[in-house]
Design a protein around this ligand. Structure first.
Ligand code: SAH
Length: 350
């Protein structure tokens, strides 16, 4: 029984079953027992491993892509921002890779959007000397040209899950029976986004759309670029809402607060919400990293390695790019102002 379980059961007893979105937010961000609020979940000993934790090449290439957009747009003063920076590894690699881009570090103020106090401390340590400013939400960032990265941030945003009913739609809700959490559903009421929906199940992520809308407005108005990487919607007809613990999928109701809860990211709605910024992609991570020159960078690094370190480096390259690993499941979208150059490695969205 996790520490959060009795708190959830009491809350459901008082107020009735909660939507999946409310359940996700509760489990991930409860101030004293939430998943992100209480731990560093990354790495072999943790629950999952992300691309920047696999290889420095990921952050280096994303950093150089951002730097190219900054040069293309005339080196404006603005923000270098990341959403959900985890351990700070991606941004540390970005800063190292861009240190010889004249003027960039002076022009861009480092801004991190992070909810977890524990991870803020880890990020401060990783970025020691760069003095990051922390923000709770994108809307709190200063109004300025925005050069933004987000890796595996949008998948952590709460989704609502709907299932077609005899007439209209039901919404999945987490209830309680016999001292345990149980999945149920009840009529959804009026949800405009479901009006033209196809299929048996629909997942909506209102937070993703409002964050994207905020980013898109700022980029269109002030300039900048966004590169957003995440695992994308699959062909699956089942909801993608899932829990992962110790690198295994588990029942999402079994370990509230002690397992990561995520859903696949629907890129279409994020791109549409960013209007009037121009959307690019989605491009498979494999293709994107290839266009940015990961093979050349991998060879440079390999030249300085032998033995186990070389084997590990080659395995990391495969993990990032192989279609059986992260290569095609993960995708990249870009946002840029109308009329600006496309972000490196991206082509306009269809
Ligand atoms: N980008 C990192 C970490 C991904 S995990 C990496 O690639 O390794 C998700 C990150 O987003 C964590 O840092 C988590 O604390 C943060 N996060 C999740 N939901 C958030 C929210 N609503 N607001 C701000 N940060 C959030």
């Amino acid at each position: 029984m996790t520490a959060l379980m009795p708190i959830l059961l009491a809350q459901i007893e008082r107020e009735g079953p909660m939507t999946i979105a409310d359940y996700m937010a509760f489990c991930l961000h409860h101030p004293s027992h939430g998943y992100y609020a209480t731990r560093d979940p990354f790495g072999a000993a943790g629950d999952f491993t992300t691309a920047p934790e696999i290889s420095q090449m990921f952050g280096e290439l994303l950093g150089l892509a951002l730097a190219q957009s900054w040069l293309d747009q005339g080196k404006p003063a603005g923000l270098l921002a990341e959403l959900g920076p985890g351990r700070g590894t991606l941004m540390a690699d970005v800063l190292r890779a861009t240190q010889n881009v004249t003027g960039l570090h002076e022009a861009l103020q480092l801004c991190l959007v992070e909810s977890s106090p524990i991870l803020r401390r880890a990020q401060s340590r990783a970025l020691d000397g760069h003095k990051p400013a922390f923000f709770d939400q994108v809307s709190d960032l200063p109004e300025a040209p925005l050069f933004l990265l987000a890796n595996e941030f949008f998948d952590a945003l709460p989704v609502r899950v709907f299932q077609r009913a005899r007439s209209g739609w039901d919404e999945w809700r987490v209830g309680a029976s016999g001292g345990q959490l149980s999945m149920g559903r009840s009529p959804a009421g009026a949800v405009p986004a479901l009006a033209n929906a196809q299929g048996e199940f629909v997942e909506l992520c209102p937070a993703a759309e409002s964050i994207s809308s905020e980013i898109g407005r700022r980029i269109a108005q002030h300039g900048g670029v966004a590169l957003i990487v995440d695992y994308g919607a699959t062909e699956s007809t089942e909801p993608s809402f899932q829990a992962v613990q110790a690198h295994q999928k588990i029942d999402p109701l079994s370990q509230p607060g002690a397992a990561d809860l995520t859903a696949h990211v629907a890129f279409g709605p994020i791109l549409r919400a960013a209007h009037p910024a121009i959307g690019f992609g989605p491009v498979d991570q494999r293709e994107f990293l290839a266009r940015l020159g990961i093979e050349v960078r991998a060879q440079q690094l390999a030249a300085g390695l032998t033995g186990a370190a070389l084997r590990q480096h080659k395995a990391a390259l495969l993990r990032l790019t192989d279609p059986e690993e992260m290569g095609t499941l993960f995708k990249v979208i870009g946002l840029a102002p109308p009329g600006a150059a496309a972000p490196p490695g991206m082509e306009p969205a269809p």
